[in-house]
Design a protein around this ligand. Sequence first.
Ligand SMILES: Cc1ncc(COP(=O)(O)O)c(C=O)c1O
Length: 408
Amino acid sequence: MIPYGRQSISEEDIAAVAAALRGNLITQGPVVEAFERQFAEHVGAKHAVAVNNATCALQLAMRVAGIGPGDRVVTSPITFLASANAAVYLGATPDFADIDAATYTLDPAALARDWKPDTRAVVAVDYAGQACDLPAIARVAHARGAVVIGDACHAVGGAFHTETAPGRSWRLGGNPWADMTVFSFHPVKTMTTGEGGMLVTDRDDWAEQARLLRTHGMVRDAGRFQLPADDPVLGEKGPWYYEMQELGWNFRMTEFQAALGLSQLRRLDGFLARRRDIVAAYNAGFADLDWVHVPRLRHTEDVGTASWHLYTLQVDFAALGKTRVEVFKALAAEGVIAHVLYIPVHLQPWYRKVYGYRPGKCPAAENFYAQAMSLPLFPAMEDSDVRHVIATVRKLGREAAGTVGVAA
Ligand SMILES: Cc1ncc(COP(=O)(O)O)c(C=O)c1O
Protein backbone atom coordinates (compact mmCIF):
# COMPACT_ATOMS: atom_id res chain seq x y z
CA MET A 1 0.00 0.00 0.00
CA ILE A 2 1.26 3.50 -0.82
CA PRO A 3 -0.16 5.88 1.82
CA TYR A 4 -0.92 9.53 1.01
CA GLY A 5 1.85 10.71 3.34
CA ARG A 6 4.50 9.30 5.64
CA GLN A 7 7.43 10.51 7.75
CA SER A 8 11.01 9.78 6.73
CA ILE A 9 13.15 8.76 9.72
CA SER A 10 16.86 8.01 9.28
CA GLU A 11 19.37 6.31 11.59
CA GLU A 12 20.81 9.80 12.27
CA ASP A 13 17.36 10.98 13.40
CA ILE A 14 17.08 7.99 15.74
CA ALA A 15 20.58 8.57 17.14
CA ALA A 16 19.78 12.24 17.78
CA VAL A 17 16.60 11.33 19.69
CA ALA A 18 18.40 8.62 21.67
CA ALA A 19 21.13 11.08 22.67
CA ALA A 20 18.51 13.57 23.88
CA LEU A 21 16.78 10.85 25.89
CA ARG A 22 20.06 10.11 27.70
CA GLY A 23 20.26 13.72 28.93
CA ASN A 24 19.22 14.80 32.42
CA LEU A 25 16.47 17.03 31.17
CA ILE A 26 13.98 15.65 28.70
CA THR A 27 11.33 18.33 28.71
CA GLN A 28 12.00 21.81 27.29
CA GLY A 29 15.68 22.77 27.64
CA PRO A 30 18.79 23.64 25.63
CA VAL A 31 18.01 21.38 22.67
CA VAL A 32 14.67 23.15 22.23
CA GLU A 33 16.53 26.48 22.34
CA ALA A 34 19.01 25.27 19.72
CA PHE A 35 16.15 24.08 17.50
CA GLU A 36 14.45 27.47 17.85
CA ARG A 37 17.65 29.33 16.91
CA GLN A 38 18.34 27.17 13.86
CA PHE A 39 14.73 27.22 12.71
CA ALA A 40 14.56 31.03 13.01
CA GLU A 41 17.73 31.27 10.96
CA HIS A 42 16.43 28.83 8.38
CA VAL A 43 13.21 30.75 7.74
CA GLY A 44 14.79 34.19 8.16
CA ALA A 45 12.83 35.34 11.22
CA LYS A 46 14.13 37.03 14.36
CA HIS A 47 12.40 34.73 16.84
CA ALA A 48 11.10 31.16 16.84
CA VAL A 49 9.07 29.69 19.71
CA ALA A 50 8.75 25.89 19.72
CA VAL A 51 5.51 24.36 20.97
CA ASN A 52 3.81 20.97 21.21
CA ASN A 53 1.82 21.31 17.97
CA ALA A 54 0.80 23.94 15.44
CA THR A 55 -2.77 24.12 16.71
CA CYS A 56 -1.30 25.54 19.94
CA ALA A 57 1.06 27.76 17.90
CA LEU A 58 -1.98 29.29 16.17
CA GLN A 59 -3.70 29.77 19.51
CA LEU A 60 -0.57 31.46 20.92
CA ALA A 61 -0.23 33.68 17.84
CA MET A 62 -3.80 34.88 18.17
CA ARG A 63 -3.47 35.39 21.91
CA VAL A 64 -0.33 37.53 21.65
CA ALA A 65 -2.04 39.56 18.92
CA GLY A 66 -4.79 40.27 21.44
CA ILE A 67 -7.55 38.27 19.75
CA GLY A 68 -10.46 37.43 22.03
CA PRO A 69 -14.23 37.61 22.48
CA GLY A 70 -15.88 40.07 20.10
CA ASP A 71 -13.19 39.61 17.45
CA ARG A 72 -13.54 37.82 14.12
CA VAL A 73 -10.79 35.71 12.57
CA VAL A 74 -11.05 34.91 8.86
CA THR A 75 -9.38 31.97 7.16
CA SER A 76 -9.73 29.76 4.11
CA PRO A 77 -12.28 26.94 4.25
CA ILE A 78 -9.79 24.66 2.48
CA THR A 79 -7.62 23.94 5.46
CA PHE A 80 -7.38 21.64 8.43
CA LEU A 81 -9.87 22.33 11.25
CA ALA A 82 -7.12 23.83 13.44
CA SER A 83 -6.79 27.06 11.39
CA ALA A 84 -10.32 28.03 12.45
CA ASN A 85 -10.63 26.18 15.77
CA ALA A 86 -7.76 28.17 17.29
CA ALA A 87 -9.93 31.32 17.09
CA VAL A 88 -12.78 29.50 18.85
CA TYR A 89 -10.51 28.50 21.76
CA LEU A 90 -9.92 32.22 22.39
CA GLY A 91 -13.60 33.11 22.30
CA ALA A 92 -13.35 34.81 18.89
CA THR A 93 -15.65 34.14 15.93
CA PRO A 94 -14.12 32.06 13.14
CA ASP A 95 -15.17 33.05 9.66
CA PHE A 96 -14.24 32.07 6.11
CA ALA A 97 -13.53 33.84 2.84
CA ASP A 98 -13.55 31.93 -0.42
CA ILE A 99 -10.52 30.51 -2.23
CA ASP A 100 -8.99 31.44 -5.54
CA ALA A 101 -10.15 28.68 -7.90
CA ALA A 102 -6.73 28.48 -9.60
CA THR A 103 -4.44 28.03 -6.58
CA TYR A 104 -6.89 26.84 -3.88
CA THR A 105 -5.57 29.49 -1.46
CA LEU A 106 -7.43 32.39 0.17
CA ASP A 107 -8.69 34.83 -2.48
CA PRO A 108 -7.73 38.41 -1.49
CA ALA A 109 -10.68 39.80 -3.49
CA ALA A 110 -13.15 37.57 -1.59
CA LEU A 111 -11.44 38.57 1.67
CA ALA A 112 -11.97 42.28 0.88
CA ARG A 113 -15.52 41.77 -0.44
CA ASP A 114 -16.76 39.90 2.64
CA TRP A 115 -14.79 41.92 5.22
CA LYS A 116 -16.65 42.62 8.47
CA PRO A 117 -15.66 45.47 10.78
CA ASP A 118 -14.95 43.18 13.75
CA THR A 119 -12.27 41.20 11.82
CA ARG A 120 -8.98 41.42 13.71
CA ALA A 121 -6.92 38.63 12.17
CA VAL A 122 -6.55 36.71 8.93
CA VAL A 123 -5.10 33.20 9.00
CA ALA A 124 -3.43 32.86 5.62
CA VAL A 125 -3.03 29.17 4.78
CA ASP A 126 -0.36 28.01 2.30
CA TYR A 127 -2.47 25.14 1.02
CA ALA A 128 -0.51 22.10 -0.14
CA GLY A 129 2.76 24.02 0.29
CA GLN A 130 2.12 26.83 -2.18
CA ALA A 131 2.30 30.26 -0.52
CA CYS A 132 -0.96 32.13 -0.55
CA ASP A 133 -0.93 35.61 -2.06
CA LEU A 134 0.55 37.15 1.09
CA PRO A 135 1.23 40.66 -0.30
CA ALA A 136 -2.37 41.04 -1.51
CA ILE A 137 -3.83 39.49 1.67
CA ALA A 138 -1.66 41.78 3.83
CA ARG A 139 -2.79 44.83 1.80
CA VAL A 140 -6.43 44.01 2.59
CA ALA A 141 -5.86 43.08 6.24
CA HIS A 142 -3.34 45.74 7.30
CA ALA A 143 -5.35 48.58 5.75
CA ARG A 144 -8.25 47.51 7.97
CA GLY A 145 -6.18 47.12 11.15
CA ALA A 146 -6.03 43.30 11.22
CA VAL A 147 -2.96 41.11 11.71
CA VAL A 148 -1.87 38.47 9.22
CA ILE A 149 -1.01 35.10 10.75
CA GLY A 150 0.67 32.90 8.17
CA ASP A 151 -0.43 29.28 8.51
CA ALA A 152 2.55 27.66 6.81
CA CYS A 153 1.87 24.24 8.34
CA HIS A 154 2.03 22.74 4.83
CA ALA A 155 5.05 24.73 3.82
CA VAL A 156 7.96 24.22 6.21
CA GLY A 157 11.01 25.31 4.22
CA GLY A 158 8.96 26.92 1.46
CA ALA A 159 9.52 30.23 -0.31
CA PHE A 160 7.62 32.24 -2.90
CA HIS A 161 7.98 34.94 -5.52
CA THR A 162 5.99 38.10 -6.12
CA GLU A 163 5.16 40.06 -9.25
CA THR A 164 6.73 43.19 -7.80
CA ALA A 165 10.24 41.78 -7.36
CA PRO A 166 10.99 39.35 -10.21
CA GLY A 167 13.76 36.89 -9.45
CA ARG A 168 13.64 37.50 -5.71
CA SER A 169 12.12 34.91 -3.38
CA TRP A 170 10.72 35.37 0.13
CA ARG A 171 10.70 32.69 2.76
CA LEU A 172 7.55 31.66 4.58
CA GLY A 173 8.23 32.98 8.05
CA GLY A 174 10.71 35.56 6.79
CA ASN A 175 8.79 38.08 4.70
CA PRO A 176 7.36 41.55 5.30
CA TRP A 177 3.66 40.56 4.96
CA ALA A 178 2.91 37.93 7.62
CA ASP A 179 3.11 39.40 11.13
CA MET A 180 3.60 35.92 12.55
CA THR A 181 3.86 32.51 10.92
CA VAL A 182 3.18 29.04 12.32
CA PHE A 183 4.57 25.71 11.13
CA SER A 184 3.57 22.11 11.92
CA PHE A 185 5.89 19.15 12.41
CA HIS A 186 3.15 16.49 12.28
CA PRO A 187 4.51 13.28 10.67
CA VAL A 188 2.95 13.84 7.23
CA LYS A 189 4.34 17.37 6.98
CA THR A 190 7.60 18.29 5.20
CA MET A 191 9.66 17.58 8.35
CA THR A 192 8.58 16.10 11.65
CA THR A 193 9.09 16.07 15.40
CA GLY A 194 6.34 13.47 15.95
CA GLU A 195 4.00 16.22 17.07
CA GLY A 196 5.26 19.77 17.22
CA GLY A 197 4.87 23.32 16.03
CA MET A 198 6.74 26.59 15.74
CA LEU A 199 5.65 30.21 15.95
CA VAL A 200 7.98 32.72 14.29
CA THR A 201 7.90 36.50 14.38
CA ASP A 202 10.21 39.49 14.15
CA ARG A 203 8.48 41.25 17.05
CA ASP A 204 10.38 41.02 20.36
CA ASP A 205 7.29 41.68 22.51
CA TRP A 206 5.18 38.98 20.82
CA ALA A 207 7.98 36.41 21.07
CA GLU A 208 8.49 37.18 24.76
CA GLN A 209 4.76 36.95 25.43
CA ALA A 210 4.50 33.66 23.51
CA ARG A 211 7.33 32.17 25.60
CA LEU A 212 5.58 33.29 28.79
CA LEU A 213 2.19 31.87 27.77
CA ARG A 214 3.74 28.59 26.62
CA THR A 215 4.57 27.84 30.28
CA HIS A 216 1.48 28.89 32.25
CA GLY A 217 2.47 32.56 32.29
CA MET A 218 5.11 31.67 34.90
CA VAL A 219 8.13 33.92 35.54
CA ARG A 220 11.31 32.70 37.31
CA ASP A 221 13.55 35.63 36.38
CA ALA A 222 14.08 37.80 39.50
CA GLY A 223 14.38 40.92 37.38
CA ARG A 224 10.76 40.50 36.26
CA PHE A 225 9.04 39.72 39.55
CA GLN A 226 5.99 41.86 40.26
CA LEU A 227 5.39 41.31 43.95
CA PRO A 228 7.50 43.56 46.20
CA ALA A 229 9.89 42.40 48.95
CA ASP A 230 7.45 43.72 51.56
CA ASP A 231 4.55 41.54 50.37
CA PRO A 232 3.15 40.11 53.63
CA VAL A 233 3.34 36.48 52.44
CA LEU A 234 5.34 36.30 49.18
CA GLY A 235 8.04 38.85 50.01
CA GLU A 236 10.86 36.29 50.36
CA LYS A 237 12.36 35.47 46.94
CA GLY A 238 14.37 32.22 47.25
CA PRO A 239 15.49 29.77 44.54
CA TRP A 240 12.06 28.09 44.63
CA TYR A 241 10.19 31.28 43.87
CA TYR A 242 8.10 31.85 40.74
CA GLU A 243 5.21 34.08 39.81
CA MET A 244 2.24 33.47 37.55
CA GLN A 245 1.72 36.78 35.81
CA GLU A 246 -0.63 35.73 32.99
CA LEU A 247 -3.00 32.82 32.41
CA GLY A 248 -1.06 30.62 29.98
CA TRP A 249 -0.94 26.96 29.05
CA ASN A 250 1.50 24.06 28.94
CA PHE A 251 2.44 24.10 25.25
CA ARG A 252 6.06 22.94 25.68
CA MET A 253 8.04 20.80 23.26
CA THR A 254 10.35 18.08 24.66
CA GLU A 255 14.12 17.83 24.19
CA PHE A 256 13.86 14.60 22.21
CA GLN A 257 11.31 16.13 19.83
CA ALA A 258 13.60 19.11 19.31
CA ALA A 259 16.53 16.74 18.70
CA LEU A 260 14.49 15.07 15.97
CA GLY A 261 13.59 18.53 14.67
CA LEU A 262 17.25 19.59 14.45
CA SER A 263 18.14 16.39 12.64
CA GLN A 264 15.19 16.69 10.23
CA LEU A 265 16.01 20.36 9.59
CA ARG A 266 19.38 19.23 8.23
CA ARG A 267 17.51 16.93 5.82
CA LEU A 268 14.77 19.41 4.88
CA ASP A 269 16.26 20.67 1.60
CA GLY A 270 16.63 17.06 0.44
CA PHE A 271 13.02 16.29 1.41
CA LEU A 272 11.76 19.32 -0.52
CA ALA A 273 13.82 18.51 -3.60
CA ARG A 274 12.39 14.99 -3.67
CA ARG A 275 8.83 16.30 -3.22
CA ARG A 276 9.35 18.73 -6.14
CA ASP A 277 10.66 15.90 -8.32
CA ILE A 278 7.63 13.74 -7.56
CA VAL A 279 5.27 16.64 -8.29
CA ALA A 280 7.05 17.26 -11.62
CA ALA A 281 6.67 13.57 -12.50
CA TYR A 282 2.97 13.61 -11.57
CA ASN A 283 2.36 16.80 -13.57
CA ALA A 284 4.06 15.29 -16.62
CA GLY A 285 2.21 11.99 -16.12
CA PHE A 286 -1.22 13.65 -16.10
CA ALA A 287 -0.58 16.56 -18.47
CA ASP A 288 -2.46 15.04 -21.41
CA LEU A 289 -5.56 13.89 -19.51
CA ASP A 290 -8.62 16.02 -20.18
CA TRP A 291 -10.44 14.88 -17.03
CA VAL A 292 -7.93 16.09 -14.44
CA HIS A 293 -6.41 19.44 -13.54
CA VAL A 294 -2.97 19.30 -11.98
CA PRO A 295 -2.13 21.86 -9.24
CA ARG A 296 -1.26 25.28 -10.61
CA LEU A 297 1.33 27.71 -9.29
CA ARG A 298 0.66 31.44 -8.99
CA HIS A 299 4.23 32.23 -10.12
CA THR A 300 6.10 29.96 -12.46
CA GLU A 301 9.28 30.70 -10.50
CA ASP A 302 7.70 28.99 -7.47
CA VAL A 303 8.34 25.67 -9.20
CA GLY A 304 11.72 25.70 -7.45
CA THR A 305 10.56 27.03 -4.07
CA ALA A 306 7.08 25.65 -3.29
CA SER A 307 7.35 22.97 -0.64
CA TRP A 308 4.55 20.59 -1.78
CA HIS A 309 3.11 18.93 1.27
CA LEU A 310 0.13 17.67 -0.78
CA TYR A 311 -0.54 16.83 -4.40
CA THR A 312 -4.23 17.48 -5.03
CA LEU A 313 -5.85 16.88 -8.38
CA GLN A 314 -9.16 18.28 -9.52
CA VAL A 315 -10.93 15.32 -11.10
CA ASP A 316 -13.99 15.49 -13.35
CA PHE A 317 -15.69 12.47 -11.81
CA ALA A 318 -18.81 13.00 -13.95
CA ALA A 319 -16.78 12.81 -17.17
CA LEU A 320 -15.04 9.73 -15.81
CA GLY A 321 -18.42 8.11 -15.17
CA LYS A 322 -17.37 7.07 -11.65
CA THR A 323 -18.13 8.42 -8.22
CA ARG A 324 -15.24 9.49 -6.02
CA VAL A 325 -15.91 6.52 -3.75
CA GLU A 326 -15.59 4.19 -6.77
CA VAL A 327 -12.37 5.87 -7.82
CA PHE A 328 -10.93 5.55 -4.31
CA LYS A 329 -11.86 1.85 -4.28
CA ALA A 330 -10.25 1.30 -7.69
CA LEU A 331 -7.05 3.03 -6.54
CA ALA A 332 -6.97 1.13 -3.24
CA ALA A 333 -7.36 -2.15 -5.14
CA GLU A 334 -4.03 -1.27 -6.81
CA GLY A 335 -2.45 -0.30 -3.48
CA VAL A 336 -2.77 3.48 -3.91
CA ILE A 337 -4.30 5.32 -0.96
CA ALA A 338 -5.81 8.65 -1.97
CA HIS A 339 -7.31 11.24 0.37
CA VAL A 340 -9.57 14.30 0.18
CA LEU A 341 -7.94 17.37 1.69
CA TYR A 342 -9.97 19.17 2.77
CA ILE A 343 -13.65 19.12 3.58
CA PRO A 344 -14.56 22.86 3.66
CA VAL A 345 -14.40 23.70 7.36
CA HIS A 346 -17.47 25.98 7.34
CA LEU A 347 -19.64 23.01 6.32
CA GLN A 348 -18.65 20.81 9.26
CA PRO A 349 -21.73 20.02 11.40
CA TRP A 350 -20.36 21.91 14.40
CA TYR A 351 -19.70 25.07 12.35
CA ARG A 352 -23.19 24.89 10.82
CA LYS A 353 -24.76 24.44 14.27
CA VAL A 354 -22.83 27.13 16.11
CA TYR A 355 -22.35 29.81 13.41
CA GLY A 356 -25.14 28.99 10.95
CA TYR A 357 -22.75 28.58 7.98
CA ARG A 358 -24.39 26.85 5.01
CA PRO A 359 -23.52 25.51 1.55
CA GLY A 360 -23.15 28.40 -0.89
CA LYS A 361 -21.07 30.54 1.51
CA CYS A 362 -17.79 29.77 -0.30
CA PRO A 363 -18.71 28.42 -3.78
CA ALA A 364 -15.16 28.09 -5.12
CA ALA A 365 -14.12 26.08 -2.07
CA GLU A 366 -17.20 23.89 -2.34
CA ASN A 367 -16.54 23.24 -6.06
CA PHE A 368 -12.91 22.46 -5.26
CA TYR A 369 -14.00 19.93 -2.64
CA ALA A 370 -16.38 18.21 -5.07
CA GLN A 371 -13.46 17.43 -7.40
CA ALA A 372 -10.56 17.08 -4.96
CA MET A 373 -8.40 13.99 -4.75
CA SER A 374 -4.97 14.05 -3.08
CA LEU A 375 -2.45 11.45 -4.23
CA PRO A 376 0.45 9.94 -2.24
CA LEU A 377 3.35 12.35 -1.81
CA PHE A 378 6.28 11.80 0.55
CA PRO A 379 10.06 11.81 0.06
CA ALA A 380 10.58 8.08 0.61
CA MET A 381 8.41 7.20 -2.40
CA GLU A 382 10.42 5.20 -4.90
CA ASP A 383 10.36 6.19 -8.57
CA SER A 384 8.55 2.89 -9.15
CA ASP A 385 5.84 3.98 -6.64
CA VAL A 386 5.42 7.27 -8.51
CA ARG A 387 5.14 5.45 -11.85
CA HIS A 388 2.63 3.03 -10.32
CA VAL A 389 0.43 5.88 -9.01
CA ILE A 390 0.50 7.58 -12.43
CA ALA A 391 -0.32 4.34 -14.27
CA THR A 392 -3.15 3.53 -11.85
CA VAL A 393 -4.75 6.97 -12.25
CA ARG A 394 -4.38 6.84 -16.05
CA LYS A 395 -6.00 3.40 -16.09
CA LEU A 396 -9.17 4.94 -14.60
CA GLY A 397 -9.51 7.01 -17.78
CA ARG A 398 -8.94 4.04 -20.07
CA GLU A 399 -11.65 2.10 -18.21
CA ALA A 400 -14.11 4.94 -18.78
CA ALA A 401 -15.08 3.48 -22.17
CA GLY A 402 -14.21 6.37 -24.42
CA THR A 403 -16.09 9.05 -22.48
CA VAL A 404 -12.81 10.71 -21.50
CA GLY A 405 -9.42 10.71 -23.02
CA VAL A 406 -6.36 12.74 -23.56
CA ALA A 407 -6.52 16.51 -24.06
CA ALA A 408 -6.63 17.72 -27.67
C1 LIG B 1 -3.14 24.05 7.51
C2 LIG B 1 -2.96 23.46 8.88
N1 LIG B 1 -3.00 24.28 9.94
C3 LIG B 1 -2.82 23.82 11.19
C4 LIG B 1 -2.58 22.48 11.43
C5 LIG B 1 -2.40 22.01 12.84
O1 LIG B 1 -1.16 21.41 13.00
P1 LIG B 1 -0.85 20.39 14.20
O2 LIG B 1 -1.34 19.05 13.76
O3 LIG B 1 0.63 20.44 14.36
O4 LIG B 1 -1.57 20.88 15.41
C6 LIG B 1 -2.51 21.60 10.37
C7 LIG B 1 -2.25 20.16 10.60
O5 LIG B 1 -2.70 19.28 9.93
C8 LIG B 1 -2.72 22.09 9.06
O6 LIG B 1 -2.69 21.27 7.99
